[in-house]
Design a protein around this ligand. Structure first.
Ligand code: PMP
Length: 400
């Protein structure tokens, strides 16, 4: 047995072996093993990526096609050919950053290749050995990697435990010159909402505290113009590093931070994944820009998503299922990894493409199905989903 086969065998026998799924994409459906299923595992929350009627996409294609007629213009290039600091910054990158500032009312924005680059890069750049990072226990792996790469002390507080966090802030205010509190706004695996108003208040009470909030799962779906939960709660100006991604509801790829101009200038000089990685392709950035410009007018999609989410959360509550979610991400707990695999298999046989989420993505003993609703899911589909979940949980469908 090789070292690798031993490790793989251990993963297999504990139900934690992962494989890249082979599938075909047909709009809102995934086809795998000859089965066509409603895709409830993507992060296409507004249904933008898979909407065949999407006029925005058609307009964009026409715009790109028209402008390419006389040779490929700079904003239609498929590669940027260098990092942002060399020749990889095009007008369209600046236009996107300008639009992000306009939509948020913040001084500055900086765009990155992905959310992973963003989270792995900002924290190591902005702290030193006299800083402490206080992070929620359930923050995303990319944030954990950023913390590991940094020279700061790191303490993780119990998930959403604001009492413990305040105690830690008090303690470290004495010992460290800078404290950075890190959280997600909508948690990626539990779908619960961070108390951003409390955090904004905490920052006001303790000088030296900075806030870092990852809105990856809230951008597009929450807030008046779709800029996220901080916008909905009226605290956008209070968050020092307000981070978002384009790979989920925005139907594109990349990420951004909203911050003060001085912080942006510092990141341009010090953030390694920005400095040492090729910039996003201009054509892709142009698409992101078009989606962002249209985001404020997408209320109907946000409302549809909220209605679907409320329906499913209420259905689960009526079954006595305790669920922390306050959003469109709805976990259905299995506990054991093997049970999560069985539940996913059942749901897939019933036409719903759900995947088992297992450690290390979630803590040991909390394997689950993660239902990721979209605005494109119909009333009938969400009712069918609730009935199938009832069957997998209790062995009989809703109403019987
Ligand atoms: N932050 C959070 C909270 C995420 O869930 C993810 C991706 N799942 C990322 C960051 C990484 O973003 P990207 O996919 O753009 O690398």
């Amino acid at each position: 047995m090789t070292w690798f086969s031993e490790k793989l065998e251990a993963l297999r026998s504990s139900g934690n072996l992962r494989q890249l799924p082979e599938m075909k994409h047909q709009g809102r459906y995934s086809v795998t093993g000859g089965r066509r299923m409603l895709n409830l595992s993507s992060n296409d929350y507004l249904g933008l990526a898979t909407d065949p009627e999407m006029l925005l996409m058609r307009d964009f294609m026409q715009e790109a096609g028209r402008s390419c007629a006389g040779g490929v213009p700079e904003d239609c290039l498929l590669g940027s050919s260098s990092s942002r600091l060399l020749t990889g910054t095009f007008d369209v990158h600046s236009a996107l950053e300008h639009t992000l500032c306009r939509l948020s009312g913040r001084q500055a924005a900086l765009v990155f290749g992905s959310g992973y680059h963003m989270n792995a890069g900002i924290l190591p750049a902005v702290v030193d050995a006299s800083s402490v990072i206080l992070s929620d226990k359930l923050v995303h792996a990319s944030i954990i990697d950023g913390i590991r790469l940094s020279s700061a002390r790191s303490v993780r507080f119990r998930h959403q435990d604001m009492g413990q966090l305040e105690e830690l802030v008090k303690k470290y205010s004495m010992e460290c010159s800078r404290i950075i509190i890190v959280t997600e706004s909508i948690f990626s695996m539990d779908g619960d909402l961070a108390d951003l108003r409390f955090l904004a208040g905490l920052k006001k009470r303790y000088p030296g505290v900075m806030l870092y909030v990852d809105e990856a799962h809230a951008v597009g779906v929450r807030g008046e113009t779709g800029m996220g939960l901080a916008q909905e709660l009226g605290v956008m100006q209070d968050i020092d590093f307000l981070c978002g991604t384009f790979g989920k509801a925005i139907a594109s790829v990349g990420a951004y931070v909203l911050c003060d101009s001085e912080i942006r200038e510092y990141l341009v000089n010090r953030m390694r994944p920005l400095i040492f990685s090729t910039a996003l392709p201009p054509l892709n950035v142009l698409w992101t820009l078009r989606v962002m410009e249209n985001l404020p007018a997408m209320d109907h999609r946000r409302e549809r998503l909220a209605a679907n989410s409320l329906y499913l959360r209420k259905s689960l509550a009526s079954l006595g299922v305790v669920c922390p979610s306050g959003s469109h991400i709805i976990p259905v707990m299995a506990g054991d990894s093997r049970r999560a695999v069985e539940m996913a298999d059942f749901m897939q046989r019933h036409g719903f493409y759900l995947l088992p989420i297992r450690p290390p993505t979630v803590p040991e003993g909390t394997a689950r199905l993660r239902v990721s609703l979209t605005a494109a899911v119909t009333d009938r589909e969400v009712a069918g989903l609730a009935a199938a979940l009832e069957e997998v949980l209790h062995g009989h469908p809703a109403g019987k």
